[in-house]
Write a protein that binds this ligand. Structure first.
Ligand code: OFO
Length: 172
């Protein structure tokens, strides 16, 4: 049985995951408006993935007999609208999310909640990938310098990203 404190912290994270989705939708809109269809595709898929992260937390709370509560979602603020600025904010945001997942993990250990610790391991691994992806794209942007051709190639590459929902948990 999950503690009230941990259930509340996970509930807050549902809100943050939905905020992440909202943030990436805002970025997708910016990229689309600038004609970077591939970048827009990448952000759009990122937005969809964030919803699956929220959904996974939601289902976990339900499975633990806790009641998920949907709070208001903040309006996303973009720090810049150029493609490079969007990916810089992406990396910064994912580092923030990693710190939140780490705090949740710390809480499960303090409470001796091993079931939740195992559940959270998926997010720990996911955050490694999230940061790695954003870092990799930023490295490519830096390598292109001011080259329009380089950005065109990157945009084409990001157009290939496809949405892959996380694997469903094993049946009871
Ligand atoms: Fe949910 O991982 Fe990104 O924010």
């Amino acid at each position: 049985m999950i503690s009230e404190k941990l259930a509340k912290a996970i509930n807050d994270q549902i809100n943050k995951e939905i905020y992440s989705s909202y943030l990436y939708y805002a970025m997708a809109a910016q990229a689309e408006a600038q004609g970077f269809k591939g970048c827009a595709n990448w952000f759009h898929i990122q937005a969809l993935e964030e919803l699956t992260h929220a959904d996974k937390f939601f289902k976990y709370l339900c499975s633990q007999g806790a009641l998920p509560v949907m709070e208001a979602v903040d309006k996303p603020e973009l720090k810049g609208t150029e493609i490079k600025a969007l990916f810089e904010q992406t990396l910064e945001h994912e580092r923030f999310v990693t710190s939140r997942i780490n705090s949740l993990m710390k809480l499960t250990r303090e409470e001796g909640d091993y079931a939740s610790e195992i559940f959270l391991q998926w997010y720990v691994t996911e955050q490694i990938e999230e940061e790695e992806n954003a870092t990799g794209i930023l490295d490519q942007i830096r390598l292109t310098g001011d080259s329009k051709q380089g950005m065109f190639m990157l945009d084409r590459e990001l157009a290939a990203r496809v949405f892959t929902p996380p694997p469903a948990p094993a049946a009871d």
